[in-house]
Design a protein around this ligand. Structure first.
Ligand code: HEM
Length: 354
């Protein structure tokens, strides 16, 4: 669902129907991740330079990567040509697509020696790495929290019903014309935005992600960097932020109460607990980064795709719980450590919706 949803925004309505392309978006990151020495061969982790070189060679020349690039290029080239030709001929039957591919077609500035097709494909590959796997993993975490807390799932169903009911009774719905179906069945961005409990559940589920470290940040200068506590980061040294500590430590964060007064989280002893509605009406949506919420990083390079990712996760969760009766069929376990993805047996039965 994430691969197809993302593809429709990245490469457009037509290409997102291409099964081979979707398959690549779906599997590429995990396939390449499997080459990481963390998995095999682990002894290489003691030799960072060899490790980087190996990953560089795999990233450029392994048969999997070469095949992914070939398939993507073959799919993208005719679409890029078609769009360029329609635009330059002022084709009146052509409607400018509202997707990332179109932005790239119009604004691509490939480096010397690289053709525009390869440049666009590389940009899309980068986007794929940053977006699909991350959104899928975090969406999975939210879903497992709901499976572990069926009462919360039911409350979210009530919330979506309330939002949809209000909309249907109070507005003439444009979706009715576009989708030809029951307007109450469409989760538009505006409707998802009104589901404040759902957003709080997502933030709380991601805060409690059972992982220890944020992505490594490397000192790319050729000088030591001295942190305020005296720690020295040498050139090429990595900094790993202890995500777990920040997300569980009472001193790290502050958030607002309903009246927007600042409350020091020091007052709260419950940060190890999953409290689904902790953030409702606090002014802390699931996309707001901070020292106490490092899911999307922080600062200048905080994830720019987080609004899109949360929109996708919330839409997928909403559709799933509406259309299917999903229940845990065993204990749901949240293992601690990396990657720390939850697991457990689940039954999924299609609901009878009118
Ligand atoms: C739940 C899903 C996602 C998570 C958890 C996530 C997390 C992150 C994190 C931790 C970073 C690094 C921030 C840092 O260096 O401190 C990052 C960077 C980035 N993310 Fe995401 N991301 C998600 C989805 C997406 C999506 C959907 C897109 C694109 C549509 C995206 C695009 C990017 C880009 C382009 C960067 C690099 C930003 C920069 O270096 O300036 N991410 N993301």
């Amino acid at each position: 669902m994430v691969a197809r949803g993302s593809a429709s925004v990245f490469i457009g309505q037509e290409l997102c129907q291409n099964g081979q392309v979707i398959n690549i978006l779906q599997t590429m990151t995990t396939d390449l991740g499997a080459f990481h020495p963390r998995y095999n061969p682990t002894w290489l982790t003691g030799f960072p330079w060899i490790m980087k070189l190996r990953m560089r060679v795999i990233g450029n020349y392994s048969p999997q990567v070469v095949q992914c690039r070939r398939i993507l290029l073959e799919a993208l080239t005719p679409e890029i040509d078609k769009r360029r030709s329609c635009a330059s001929n002022n084709d009146l039957n052509w409607q400018r697509p509202d997707d990332m591919l179109q932005e790239l077609v119009e604004n691509a500035t490939p480096p010397p020696g690289q053709d525009v097709y390869t440049f666009i494909m590389n940009q899309l590959l980068f986007l794929t790495f940053a977006s699909i796997h991350t959104t899928t993993e975090n969406g999975t975490i939210v879903l497992y929290r709901l499976l572990q807390n069926p009462d919360v799932l039911n409350e979210l169903l009530e919330e979506q019903n309330d939002v949809l009911r209000q909309e249907v009774f109070t507005t003439i719905d444009p979706d009715k014309q576009q989708n030809g179906g029951n307007p109450s069945h469409v989760f538009t961005a505006d409707r998802i935005k009104k589901m404040t409990k759902l957003d709080s559940v997502c933030r709380e589920a991601l805060r409690l992600r059972s992982q220890f470290y944020e992505l490594a940040h490397t000192n790319v200068t050729n000088q030591n960097i001295v942190l305020s506590n005296g720690t020295v980061i040498p050139p090429d040294g990595d900094v790993l932020i202890n995500f777990w500590h920040n997300h569980h430590n009472k001193k790290e964060g502050k958030y607002n109460d309903v009246d927007s007064k600042h409350i020091d989280v020091n007052e709260y002893d419950d940060l190890a607990e999953f409290k689904p509605f902790r953030y409702v009406n606090t002014g802390y949506p699931s996309t707001k980064v901070g020292d106490d919420y490092l899911v999307f990083g922080e600062g200048k390079h905080a994830c720019p795709g987080r609004w899109f990712a949360m929109q996708e996760i919330k839409t997928i969760v909403s559709v799933l719980i509406r259309d299917y009766d999903v229940r845990a069929a065993s204990d749901i376990v949240f293992p601690i450590g990396s990657p720390g993805l939850p697991f457990g047996k689940v039954t999924i039965v299609k609901r009878n919706i009118q």
